[in-house]
Design a protein around this ligand. Structure first.
Ligand code: 9D3
Length: 252
């Protein structure tokens, strides 16, 4: 998958792209990220990229000329791939949106900064707008990295494990069951015996119930959308009857 990222702060992307899974994906040719500094396409002496809003009020607005010049120089006019603006006004990023975007082999990401971008950029250059959640950041750079990260995980081979992304909680529709590793006892806290039993049917049932209990307690909105089987319904019934049921999971 290929990304062209347009930003005033290309240097903030590099350390993350040079670490761990994204770095390996770049090395393996599964991920290509080109960073473009919007400031390089200014034509005035002071390389100005923002200006005061028409109509007054506070904050600065990103000027259209350098943004159009940058995107059109790299991707042509009209642009050769979708151009996604990261903005608090965009549609909310969910795993479903990530899956939809993963069908595109090539995306351009435009990072806003300051109070926003001139509306003509939205209207005549951008094809999609994405927000990563209802909280206020200082710019679109971290959201762009979030999007690259979430999309790279779905590139076949990028996780190493061939079906690494398959049982992700947000792909399966349930939160994950608890994970344990050695030692079997740490500071007196034991790993649940069933996990040491070697009984894989019992382990699978326990994990499924733990996932159901967690989702019931923490994300009832997710559970409402999830397709339960009869065993799931039976378990959740014991849970609603007795939320402190020993298999409810939360350190009973
Ligand atoms: C005064 C209104 N503000 C909107 C809530 C203006 C404003 C604040 C912060 C405009 C842009 C920003 C910078 N944020 C982003 O560019 C951004 C963002 C975010 O702040 N939260 C979640 N997702 C995103 S994607 C881009």
């Amino acid at each position: 998958m290929q990304f062209d990222i347009f930003t005033l702060f290309p240097e903030v992307f590099k350390p993350y792209l040079e670490t761990s899974i994204l770095h390996r994906a770049v090395q393996n040719g599964l991920l290509r990220v080109e960073l473009h500094n919007i400031r390089d396409w200014t034509s005035d002496r002071h390389h100005i990229t923002d200006d005061a809003p028409y109509g007054g009020g506070g904050g600065m607005v990103m000027k259209p000329e350098p943004v159009f010049a940058a995107v059109e120089a790299v991707l042509g006019a009209p642009p050769a791939c979708p151009v996604i603006l990261l903005t608090p006004q965009g549609r909310l990023l969910t795993q479903q949106v990530v899956q939809e975007l993963s069908l595109q082999p090539h995306l351009a990401l435009l990072c806003g900064h300051y109070e926003g971008v001139d509306e003509r950029i939205r209207q005549h250059l951008v094809s999609d707008e994405i927000s990563i959640g209802d909280y206020v950041l200082t710019g679109g750079e971290l959201p762009a990295l979030v999007l690259v990260d979430a999309l790279t995980r779905l590139v076949p081979g990028a996780l190493g494990d061939p079906d690494g992304a398959l049982d992700d909680s947000h792909a399966s529709g349930l939160l994950e069951y608890p994970h344990y590793t050695r030692p079997a006892e740490f500071r007196g806290w034991r790993v649940p015996e069933v996990l040491l039993s070697g009984n894989h049917a019992a382990i699978n049932r326990w994990r499924r119930n733990q996932a159901l209990a967690r989702t019931f307690q923490r994300r009832p909105d997710m559970l409402a959308r999830f397709k339960l089987n009869q065993a799931d319904r039976d378990f959740l019934e014991t849970l609603s009857a007795d939320p402190n049921h020993p298999s409810a999971g939360e350190e009973a």
